[in-house]
Design a protein around this ligand. Structure first.
Ligand SMILES: NC(=O)c1ccc[n+]([C@@H]2O[C@H](COP(=O)([O-])OP(=O)(O)OC[C@H]3O[C@@H](n4cnc5c(N)ncnc54)[C@H](O)[C@@H]3O)[C@@H](O)[C@H]2O)c1
Length: 318
């Protein structure tokens, strides 16, 4: 049975959803008010398709199964799943989600890609079936990274969440149900903490953007991609594991190593960070870096699958 994903907002994230759904053999109907949106999306899908082909396409998968329409209402007709990806502004999201809720069949799930907002806040103006509006937060590039954080709001029932898990699994994703709604969900909380410290290190002149990236790329990042934070530290305790690790390094957690408060984004800090990243990119356009990252991720997903075969949803395939 063929499936339809309706995509509202086709920027970086909406396009990522489109490429993922097309590769899984779904039909996609999209809406975005920007006049250049259809052309931009087709170029995006073309750029992603070689990596998706290497991962393995579902039967019948084709970039031709994408249609752009002129209104959100037209986009949601016939949807099995609706994904909202408009800019991260609460007033805008509430307005769009209320219109989608009014237009879509009441049993159709509406996932919001929001990085930070809580689903109860997003559901506020929905009058028809607010519980079906949930957070379904993906990671860039959406067509390759399997994680999607699912968060329900006050009106959401376990039945909505269960249906969400099943649908996103059909898109070859690894749903992670967040037990309680908080701003930033789980993964962005973690990334923000690292990002804040990284900005302090640049601001204080301790390290360049390149040096900080090297610390992640050649060190902690390599381990994180297989085992995450907790299991990695369990191994750091030797045979006794986490208990010994906490005895040894626990007290250091109280030392004032981390700043927690974000630094002020002064013009000077912005210039330093931008110049650092441009130096690292060395004139290579983002689309070229995207392709290099994608090739790497396809092989990395295979490696994680090889060394953690019991893990769900890591291979990005159906
Ligand atoms: N960029 C990331 O890494 C990332 C990761 C995960 C989640 N998100 C979330 O995804 C969402 C979209 O972020 P993005 O990075 O793709 O932004 P973006 O700026 O790249 O794209 C936003 C798109 O929404 C369109 N848009 C504006 N008003 C609209 C409207 N009224 N109806 C339909 N479309 C409209 C714009 O034309 C644009 O194409 C945000 O909620 C963000 O928090 C972003």
């Amino acid at each position: 049975m063929s499936r339809q994903l309706s995509v509202i907002g086709t920027g970086v994230i909406g396009n990522g959803w489109i490429a993922r759904a097309l590769a899984r053999g779904w039909d996609v109907v999209a809406f975005d008010p920007a006049p250049e949106a259809p052309q931009r999306t087709r170029a995006f899908v073309d750029n992603a398709w070689p990596s998706l082909t290497r991962l393995g396409l579902a039967e019948g998968a084709s970039p031709e199964r994408l249609t752009f329409v002129e209104s959100p209402e037209a986009a949601v007709a016939g949807a099995d799943l609706i994904q909202e990806n408009v800019p991260e502004r609460l007033d805008l999201k509430r307005e769009i989600l209320a219109a989608l809720d009014a237009a879509a069949e009441p049993e159709v799930l509406i996932g919001s890609s929001t990085s930070g907002f809580k689903p109860s806040d997003l559901q506020q103006d929905c009058t028809r079936a607010p519980g079906r509006v949930i957070v379904a937060h993906p990671f860039n590039p959406v067509y390759l990274l399997p994680l999607v954080e699912l968060v329900g709001g006050d009106a959401t029932t376990t039945e909505h969440t269960r249906r969400g898990q099943a649908l996103y699994r059909e898109l070859a994703m690894r749903p992670l149900v967040v037990r309680r709604e908080i701003e930033g969900h789980i993964a962005d909380r973690l990334m923000e903490a690292l990002w804040r410290e990284a900005l302090h290190l640049v601001n204080d002149g301790v390290a360049t953007t390149e040096e900080i990236d090297a610390a992640v790329v050649y060190g902690c990042g390599l381990r994180w991609s297989l085992m995450g934070t907790f299991l990695t530290f369990h191994l750091a305790g030797g045979e006794p594991g986490m208990r010994h690790m906490l005895e040894q390094f626990g007290p250091a957690l109280k030392l004032p190593w981390t700043k927690l408060e974000a630094p002020e984004l002064t013009d000077e800090l912005i210039d330093k960070v931008v110049a650092g990243c441009e130096h690292q990119a060395a004139g290579r356009p983002v689309s070229e870096l995207d392709r290099r990252r994608d090739d790497f991720l396809v092989e990395l997903l295979d490696l994680v699958q090889k060394y953690w075969p019991e893990a769900e949803g890591l291979q990005g395939r159906i």
